[in-house]
Design a protein around this ligand. Structure first.
Ligand code: KG4
Ligand code: ZN
Length: 339
C-alpha cells in the first residue's frame, strides 16, 4: 500500500495547527512538517479564550501555515492524499474555519476530507513519539476541557472507564492559577511556581479519591484553593508558591491513583497519557515512578504534541484510514455530495 500523506488542520480552540503526516502499513507514522500559531497573547488580556477573536485569527493563519508546512516538507498540494480536520468538540466558529478550509482544499484537489474527533487526536498522539505504544492500553486523557480514562483496544475501539463529573484537570490548573494571579493559560505557570513551594503546606481535598469508581471531580478543589487564596497576603511569594505546589499535588495525586486503579481494573500493563496536562513534569515523574514499581510501561506524546496541534489530527485520520475505518467526505470530483 502506498504511503498516505495527510494534511491535518486543528482549529478547535486557541491554536491554529497545520501538519503533514505520512503513514504506511508496517512503518511508523512520520511527521514531515508542522506549523503552529498560538493565540495565547491575544486572549491573555481577557483571562480566557474569546471565541469570536479565536475564529477570526484562525482565518488569518490557516492558509499561511498550510503554505509554510508544504514548503518545509518540500512538497506541493498535489502530493497530498487527504486533508483532515478537527470536527469537534470545540468552539463552533473556530471549528468552522478549519472545516471550511479543509473541505475546500480537498474539494479543489479531488481528494477526501477526513473529519477527526479532537480527543481521538490527543489519544493517538503518542504514536508519533520516539517510544510509541502498542495496543491495548489505558489512556489518561487530561486536557483543558476533558479528563477521561479509557480502555483503548485498537484504533477506533475506545471504552470510557471514567471521566470528570465537573471541571477538567486542565481547568482546575487554569482556575487555580487565575486565583493565584497567574496569566492564562495557568497550567504551565502554576507548575513553574509550584517548583519553589512545599506540596504539603496546605491541606487541600482529593475529590473522589476513594469513590471506588474511575470518575474525577475538581470543582471542590477549586473552591478550596479560592478559600485559601483569599487568606493569603498577596505579596507573600513563598505562600503563593506553597499554595501552587499544594494544588498541583492534589490534582496529580488523584490522576495518578485513578490511573493505577484503571490499570488494575483492566489488567493492562500499558498506560498512555495524552492532552495538555500530560506535559506536567510532576505528573510525569509520579506516574513514571508508580508505574515502574508495577512493571507498567508509560507512554507520552512528545512535549510539543501534548497541547493542541495539527499533527495529531493528521495522524488520527491516517491511522483510521489504514485501519479501514472512518467515513471520509468523498472527493467532489467523483460526484456531488451533501454535508
Ligand atoms: O489539550 P489542550 O491543549 O487543550 C484542550 O484540548 O483542552 O490542553 C490545554 C490545557 C490547559 O488547561 C493548560 O493549562 C494545560 O493543558 N497545561 C498544563 C501544562 N501544560 C498545559 N497543565 C499543567 N502543567 C503543564 N505543564
Ligand atoms: Zn485539545
Amino acid at each position: 500500500m502506498e504511503p498516505w500523506r495527510v494534511l491535518g488542520i486543528e482549529s478547535s480552540c486557541d491554536e491554529t495547527g497545520v501538519a503533514l503526516v505520512e503513514c504506511a502499513r508496517g512503518v511508523r507514522p512520520r511527521l514531515l512538517a508542522q506549523g503552529l500559531h498560538s493565540q495565547i497573547d491575544m486572549h491573555q488580556a481577557y483571562g480566557g479564550v474569546v471565541p469570536e477573536l479565536a475564529s477570526r485569527d484562525h482565518i488569518r493563519r490557516v492558509v499561511p501555515l498550510t503554505r509554510q508546512v508544504l514548503r518545509d516538507a518540500g512538497l506541493t498540494l498535489q502530493d497530498l492524499n487527504a486533508v483532515a480536520f478537527t470536527q469537534g468538540p470545540g468552539l463552533a466558529g473556530a471549528l468552522l474555519v478549519g472545516a471550511g478550509a479543509a473541505v475546500a482544499l480537498a474539494a479543489s484537489l479531488g481528494i477526501p476530507a477526513l473529519p477527526v474527533h479532537h480527543l481521538e487526536g490527543h489519544l493517538l498522539s503518542p504514536f508519533l513519539s520516539e517510544d510509541p505504544p502498542e495496543f491495548p492500553f489505558v489512556c489518561l486523557l487530561v486536557s483543558g476541557g476533558h479528563t477521561q480514562l479509557m480502555w483503548v483496544r485498537d484504533v477506533g475501539s475506545y471504552e470510557l472507564l471514567g471521566e470528570t463529573i465537573d471541571d477538567a484537570a486542565g481547568e482546575a490548573f487554569d482556575k487555580s492559577a487565575k486565583l493565584l494571579g497567574l496569566p492564562y493559560p495557568g497550567g504551565p505557570h502554576l507548575s513553574r511556581l509550584a517548583e519553589q513551594g512545599r506540596a504539603d503546606a496546605f491541606p487541600l481535598p482529593r475529590p473522589l479519591l476513594h469513590s471506588g469508581d474511575l470518575n474525577f471531580s475538581f470543582a471542590g478543589l477549586k473552591t478550596a484553593v479560592m478559600t485559601q487564596a483569599k487568606r493569603l497576603p498577596i505579596e507573600d511569594a513563598s505562600a503563593r508558591a506553597d499554595l501552587a505546589a499544594s494544588t498541583q499535588a492534589a490534582i496529580v495525586e488523584v490522576l495518578v491513583k485513578k490511573s493505577l486503579a484503571a490499570l488494575k481494573q483492566t489488567g493492562l500493563k500499558r498506560l498512555v497519557v495524552a492532552g495538555g496536562v500530560g506535559a506536567n513534569a510532576s505528573l510525569r515523574a509520579q506516574l513514571n515512578e508508580a508505574c515502574s514499581r508495577r512493571a507498567v510501561r508509560v507512554h507520552y506524546p512528545e512535549l510539543g504534541l501534548c497541547t493542541d496541534n495539527g499533527a495529531m489530527i493528521a495522524l488520527a485520520a491516517a491511522m483510521n484510514q489504514e485501519a479501514g475505518r472512518g467515513t471520509p467526505l468523498p472527493p467532489l470530483s467523483t460526484g456531488s455530495f451533501e454535508i
